[in-house]
Design a binder for this molecule. Structure first.
Ligand SMILES: [Zn+2]
Length: 356
């Protein structure tokens, strides 16, 4: 499953292809791929403009804005001077499903990787929008009107999900689950061979009630080291199990748990509550390093992960323990130990990594 660096890489690749594009059509090829009401999804997503691409944990997010940047409700006018970006969308046609019942939306800086997540984080507490499908339209919060919140398209790739932008000449394949038609003639395909992935349209009301979203832990690249250490204070359970628990910290999977624990000289089966704050701060530093190094390498390519351009990442060439079962430790030369921790195959060095 793609972890934080892979999803971030995919978001970075999609951002220039999708930002500012209006979704003109949605074809759901497999209803099970759409969480919630698939018919409502296909009805309410067309007409929206993709104002940004980001992620929260392993969930890829597209911010959906009104096509004209302002939907004419009784809220205050857009004030950040970015409404011009909406003209393009208007000129491309607004014939489909222009929102009528929400507040102005200001397109945000699409280069801000965390924009979607930050705004969405604020959305969770607002709960101001009513429940009708069209009312998922929203504006940016944080201005004079706190109930103006954008809405989002969430995509969880799970095991085999992929997002690619293709020209109009490319036909859906047997694994294509959802096709988003774009106003430039291209199409965004969500392909997913094993069908564990999903797409989901998110209003602020949805976010306020979606347990998965509400329970997501902090972002490892944003949390301060002391706060990270505090996540595990008094916690029962093995450190690796807690790193994999998305409600403790978001975005970490088997690769980056094993790699960061090796660098921090902590055994994956160590009891988290018995690790000192100092050791947990060290772990945080290595976790941040390993995630950033992987992002710089466009993620790790194992099995069939590819980025938004179909390219493989390269961080797998830097693995020190993950997937190196039966090989010697890069630090001490001793044979690495392979076992199960938290139900996952786990590779570590019994000499370099300690329980406390
Ligand atoms: Zn070793």
């Amino acid at each position: 499953m793609p972890e934080l660096p892979e999803v971030e890489t995919i978001a970075c690749g999609l951002r220039p292809q999708l930002t500012g594009r209006r979704i003109v059509s949605v074809a759901v090829c497999n209803e099970g791929t759409v969480q919630g009401d698939a018919a409502a999804f296909a009805r309410c997503v067309p007409g929206r403009v993709i104002a940004g691409v980001g992620r929260r944990g392993k969930l890829l997010l597209m911010e959906l804005a009104p096509p004209d940047g302002s939907d004419g409700s009784d809220g205050p006018a857009v004030t950040d001077g970015e409404a011009g970006g909406a003209d393009e969308a208007r000129s491309a046609g607004t014939g489909t499903d222009v929102p009528t019942d929400a507040s102005p939306d200001a397109p945000r800086d699409a280069a801000d990787l965390m924009a979607c997540r930050d705004v969405a984080g604020r959305m969770a507490g607002s709960g101001a929008v009513t429940g009708a499908a069209r009312s998922v339209e929203s504006g940016e919060s944080g201005g004079a009107s706190g109930n103006r919140v954008p809405h989002l398209l969430g995509v969880h790739l799970k095991m085999t999900g992929r997002l690619f932008v293709y020209g109009p000449e490319v036909a859906p394949n047997a694994h294509t689950r959802v096709v988003f038609g774009l106003d430039d003639g291209n199409r965004l395909f969500f392909d997913d061979a094993r069908k564990f992935g999903y797409v989901r349209a998110l209003s602020d009301a949805d976010l306020a009630t979606w347990d998965f979203w509400r329970s997501l832990g902090p972002e490892p690249l944003e949390i301060a080291a002391p706060d990270f250490a505090a996540l595990f204070r008094g916690r029962r359970g093995r450190i690796k199990a807690l790193l994999l628990d998305q409600t403790v910290i978001a975005g970490i999977g088997n690769i980056y748990a094993d790699e960061s624990l090796f660098r921090a000289s902590i055994r994956p089966d160590a009891q988290a509550g018995e690790l000192s704050p100092d050791r947990l701060r060290v772990l945080h530093g290595h976790l941040v390093d390993v995630l950033r190094e992987s992002i710089a390498e466009c993620g790790s390519s194992i099995r069939d992960y590819r980025d938004a351009h179909g390219d493989a990442g390269a961080f797998q060439n830097r693995f020190r323990v993950y997937g190196r079962s039966g090989q010697p430790c890069v630090a001490c030369g001793r044979m690495l130990t392979t076992g199960k921790v938290a139900g996952r195959t786990t590779v570590f060095c019994a000499q370099c990594q300690k329980l406390k």
